[in-house]
Design a protein around this ligand. Sequence first.
Ligand code: MG
Length: 401
Amino acid sequence: VYSNVVVGCDTRTSSPAMKHALISGLLAAGSGCCDDGVIPTPTLAFAAREFDAGAMITASHNPPEYNGIKLLNRDGSAFDYQQRKQIEEAVLDDSSSAAPWHEIKAGNIHNEAIEQHVERILHDFPTGIKLKVVVDSGCGATYMITPYLLTKLGCEVLALNCYPSGFFPHDIEPTEANLVDLIKATREFGADLGIAHDGDGDRMMVVDDRGRFVPGDKLLAIFAQEVGTKEIVTTIDASMAIDEMGFKVIRTKVGDTYVSEKLKKSGEFGGEPSGSWVFPKISLCPDGIYAAAQVVAIASRQKLSPLVDSLPHYPLLRGSISSEGIVMSKLEQRLMAMNPLLVSNIDGIKLNFEDGWLLIRASGTEPKIRITAEAKSETRLHHLYDNSLRIIKDCREGEIN
Ligand code: MG
């Protein structure tokens, strides 16, 4: 029973309507409820420590016409499988009932969540950082907090797409292809770095002082070094360069919730190369805002570009293909015929070779098969990738081979 729930939403046009519907349901069921307005997911997660649960209306990095609900525990972790199943069952069997009239609560409005989150983050970092930073919020939920936080740290902030229009000026997932304007602005303004978030601010990606997009695998190593941990919790699709740097790497299924679930038991840092960074000392929710302050603090001591260049790097490819008609048993059999040194089944099938690896897995959100490959040379990378693509196509129903 969640008797007091804190609710927030992102900037999407459908978010206020969905938030009010959710609040209405919570109050009708007899729960207490606090409306925190438009805030990022990690900010709501931080506020949730004073409630029984948090509910965030957002579709994260997905297109503006999508929306959904993220449910969070007091420690910032997402609801696990059991909790989600319970809620799903209650919705489907219509078993939840309205509270008697004398037990219905009024609900509250809370406006301090952003201030409290910023205060907590400032506690961990020095102020007086004289850096020039471009922030691209993509008109998402971080439009206010990240420029505000970085200004408090002492930075000169150039705000790009920092207004809550509900219409994203570019695809809101912080990938290199989507951050053309941020890259351009970082170069043109001669900024020390650029920062981008996804729609709800649990992700953060970086552009260095030379205007180059920093791969997430490198940020993973940079953050772990900064935190001072020898152990990194990350997903099965993260680069093998991290293992080579001497970290103890604990790998989970793809998805930041699996990283948090592991960190719930132990560990000081974890993340996903797509831009989710979890610092358990603040919350088990990936915190793109905290990560932004962390990367700014690093950049205040050393230029980012030489730091990025000092880390090992291997060519890596991520792609996908429609999963329609794919016979999985046949696919597995064909992949095994590639003679890998080692096979892992943590998520999909991962084939490890002496000079690279290949991960083939069904997407959790779309009817697609995701392919990730990394190798010590470009030639070997394309060999691995093209081979897997050909094998997958061969395994479509009705295909003769
Ligand atoms: Mg997100």
